[in-house]
Design a protein around this ligand. Structure first.
Ligand SMILES: [Zn+2]
Length: 428
């Protein structure tokens, strides 16, 4: 009995070790994906590129990747940005049939992308928008008519609304809620996406475009979130098949990218309504994400990288609660440093120049003011102020103040000299 005791112990140890190894491997293999990627393709309509879109949908079908398509039911015929009256062209039967087939195959989920996608007259500092500022009745007419039309022609329910230019308001939310929509997918950089604490709608905004996808992925991997979602917004011009100058990829490379998802254990492609349906994707998380994005938008990417301020994905709680105050502090310190440094440069430079050429004061001031005015105009044109705009404003405001102080100090100096002169003469 004693003779085979040792082999039995060795065998038992080997079995236990093998068991441990197997369970570890199984646990690793089954560890749930940490990042979900949702794809959203905008501007499908009677006017968009049918051949390209058919091929794009096929790529999603082949790679079994869910895709949400924002469909414009009645696009205006000429230019979405042109506010003058234009004819509307309803979704054609040919385009509807392509979608119907893809919806039936299970790869595509349709969403309502506006009514005619025509912008309203844009207010100063405001964004392009079809819906923002429209009254309840008109928003209701557009959303209800658009949805009924799509429902009938696509033979599918429409549960998600994608506002054109990612811009809507709280009236839009009220209308969507009363019509039983699940949620809205807008944006949260700059002015996109309205915050609303009184709605039960779900929010899943676009967080990244195709050009920044890998950057967003790296960021999401660095963040300590149990689950992060990257919502990638796609347009036809992202692809070389449509626009060779603006493209960031082509269909073959894109297809490869989707195929590679299966080999990355922490990544999973998900459908928009699948993610939206979860309880955490309500208005509160959107409001917090938007607040963070606004401050993050003003911070240079290298600075954000340095301080691990991750972006490009939909952040989770409680990660947001730690990273948002951090971003505000960094932004404040950055703004103070830039402003003070530029006041200093303006002061030193001003004293040097004004002392030599007193008449240059007016020219220098006017030039600084002109650059400031240009910056303000440029920012309002895009209705989006980013880190570049903020830095420019801080720099030239600093220069202007510095020059002002330089002029004031030289003037005081001169005054003093002037006063002392006659007095000293009188005393002597
Ligand atoms: Zn659009």
């Amino acid at each position: 009995m004693n003779t085979d005791g040792r082999p039995r112990v060795a065998l038992r140890t080997a079995l236990v070790l093998a068991g441990l190894l197997c369970s570890t491997l199984a646990a690793l293999a089954q560890s749930p994906p940490k990042i979900e990627v949702v794809f959203r393709y905008d501007d499908y309509s009677s006017l968009s590129f049918t051949g390209f879109e058919t091929r794009l949908i096929r790529v999603f079908e082949k790679t079994r990747t869910p895709l949400t398509i924002g469909v414009i039911p009645f696009p205006v015929s000429k230019d979405y940005h042109d506010t003058s009256p234009q004819s509307e062209i309803p979704l054609t039967e040919e385009k509807a049939a392509i979608l119907r087939e893809a919806i039936e195959a299970g790869s595509v989920e349709p969403a309502l992308h506006g009514y005619n996608h025509q912008s309203r007259p844009r207010p100063l500092w405001g964004q392009f928008s079809e819906f923002k500022g429209l009254d309840w009745d008109e928003q209701m007419r557009r959303i209800r008519t658009g949805r009924e039309f799509l429902k009938n022609i696509l033979n599918s329910d429409i549960r998600i609304f994608i506002p054109p230019w990612n811009v809507e308001d709280q009236t839009t939310h009220g209308v969507l809620e009363s019509l039983g929509f699940l949620g809205v997918s807008s944006g949260f950089d700059g002015g996109g996406g309205a915050v609303n604490n009184k709605t039960s709608l779900k929010f899943l905004p676009a967080t990244s475009d195709l050009a920044r996808f890998y950057e967003s992925l790296r960021s999401a991997r660095r963040a300590s979130c149990a689950m992060s979602v990257i919502v990638v917004i796609l347009h036809d011009y992202d692809f070389a098949e449509v626009d060779a100058t603006r493209a960031v990829t082509n269909l073959a490379a894109f297809s490869e990218m989707l195929t590679s998802f299966a080999k990355q254990s922490d990544l999973r492609a998900a459908g928009m309504s699948e993610v939206m349906s979860r309880p955490e994707y309500g208005a509160a998380l959107f409001a917090k994400n938007k607040k963070y994005m606004i401050s993050e938008n003003f911070i240079y990417p290298w600075l954000a990288d340095l301080f691990n301020l991750n972006t490009g994905f939909y952040l989770c709680e409680p990660y947001l609660s730690t990273v948002y105050p951090k971003s505000v502090k960094i932004l404040f310190v950055y703004a103070v440093i830039v402003l003070l440094a530029c006041i200093g440069i303006g002061f030193k430079g001003g004293r040097l120049v004004f002392a030599k050429w007193p008449l240059s004061v007016l020219a220098v001031w006017l030039m600084t003011l002109a650059v400031l005015a240009f910056l303000v105009f440029d920012i309002q044109k895009d209705a989006d102020m980013s880190y570049k705009g903020l830095t420019g404003l801080l720099m030239f405001s600093g220069f202007f103040l510095g020059e002002l102080f330089a002029f004031a100090s030289l003037w005081l100096q001169r005054q003093r000299r002037f006063k002392r002169g006659p007095l000293e003469e009188w005393m002597s």
